[in-house]
Structure formats: structure tokens, C-alpha cells
Design a protein around this ligand. Sequence first.
Ligand code: NAP
Length: 257
Amino acid sequence: MEGGERDVTEASQPERVALVTGGSRGIGRAVCLALAARGVAVAVNYVHGEEAARGVVHRIEEAGGRALAVGGDVADASRADRLIQDVVQAFGRLDILVNNAGITRDTLLLRMKEDDWDAVMNTNLKGAFHCIRAAVRPMMKQRYGRIVNITSVVALLGNPGQANYAAAKAGLIGLTKTAAREFASRGITVNAVAPGLIDTDMTAAMAEEAVRALQAQIPLGRAGRPEDVAEAVCFLASEAAGYITGHVLHVDGGMAM
Ligand code: NAP
């Protein structure tokens, strides 16, 4: 065998286990289904949507995969710790963490209440911090891990009415790069995916005019599908992406090039 080639027997890895926060709907749901289609056992996290999360689990199990619905608010540090423990207890390990849970509380900065700021920060940024801090413990023991944080194009471009959201998503990029440096020697990669305008409940709640204005900025001329984002996440979560860390991968139809 040549130096760089791998024996096919080496390719048989243990079953990988993933936790997807906010896996009950939208992008998170698509990530759960795409990871499961690649043979990954998936913990589907939700905060309110238990029925929807169970629906995702059911769909994975019907296709012959392994999945589990795990409730818990990632903004709550002790709940996030317990979430990771539940996953490790159920599946015996944790290889992939996708920090996808996110909310919006849009309004112009002058009218933004402290509550709007805190709620978005606590879920979108602090939630990821909580989950990373808890997840790297089992990952360090395994000397293997893949963390993918879902940020947004608005972290790079800004967006009127989204000061809280853009700040949280920009913070997530700093968190990604720092964690990438801190955990690289432990075999853990940390990357971010920055979606543009994607068709989900989150964008369905936006004013039509705002959606049209965003669409006009997309060179590929259309909103993305959750599956478009899921493919990028699956790549960064795969063994094949082992030499990529601290990267921000845009999935935005060219919006923020
Ligand atoms: P979505 O359809 O509104 O779904 C949000 C998901 O997050 C749901 O599963 C929800 O769970 C979960 N969630 C919310 N708060 C949570 C908390 N505190 N703890 C645990 N789970 C929580 O949103 P989406 O459009 O799929 O967005 C997914 C991610 O992509 C978000 O981080 C978002 O900021 C980002 N993103 C979206 C777009 C877009 O255009 N859609 C663009 C860029 C980035 P429940 O079902 O239990 O409520």
C-alpha cells in the first residue's frame, strides 16, 4: 500500500453519534435526516416541539436508523449539560455536535428591549457555548469530535432590525475560531456554516417585503432549502473534513461573497 493510501478495513469506523440542537424543525430537521441517511445515530433536540421532534425520530427509525428525541433549552446551562449526558448515556458516545438552535426577536435597534437582546444572545450564542463546553468532554476522551455551528450571512453583512441576531451570529464565528484553536490538538474540529435566506418557519415569519429585498441580493436568484444547508453540515461533520477547522462555509446562493 502506498504511504498516503488507506486500507479499506481502516475505513470501517464505529457508528457515529450526533446531537443536533433545534432538530425538530427547519434546518435542524434536515440536518438530522441527512446525518441519519449517512448512518449516524441522531439525538434530535427541541425546546417546545416534542411532537415534531418525535416525528423526525420516527422518520429516521422507519428508514432503519437510530434516533432519540431529547428536550431541553440550550440557553439553560444545567439543562444543556444534562442534554449531553442524556445523549452519551443513550448512545455511549458523542462524535458530532451541531449547534443549530436559534431564534429571532427582530426590531430596530432604537426600539429593541433588553429582553429581546438577552433572549437572542442566550439561545443563539450562549446556548452554543453551553453545548460545546459539555460536549468536548466526551469528545476529548475519544480524541475525536466534529462541531458545526450554524451562524448566518447577517453576521457578515448586518441586517436592519436584527442587531441582536447579527451580534449573536457574529459572536458565534469568534467562538468557532477560538474553540477550533483550543481543541485542535484533541482531534476535534470546529467549523461554522453561514446560511443565507432559507425557506423555514423562521423566514416565513418575516415581512414579504423584507424577504423580497433579501432575495434581490442573491446571485443564484432563489432562497435556499434546508437540505442545501444540511449537505454542507454533513460534509463538515464527516471524517472526510478532518483537515478543515475554524472555517466559515457560506451556503447562501452567493449572497455574501
Ligand atoms: P426554525 O425553523 O425557527 O427552527 C428553530 C429550531 O430551534 C426549532 O427546532 C426550535 O425548537 C429550536 N430552538 C429554539 N430555541 C431553542 C432553545 N432555547 N433550545 C433548544 N432548541 C431551540 O429555524 P431555522 O430557520 O431552521 O433556523 C435554524 C438555525 O439556522 C438557526 O440558528 C438560525 O438562526 C439559522 N439560520 C437560519 C436562516 C434562515 O433563513 N432560515 C438563515 C441563516 C441562519 P422547537 O421546535 O422546540 O421550538
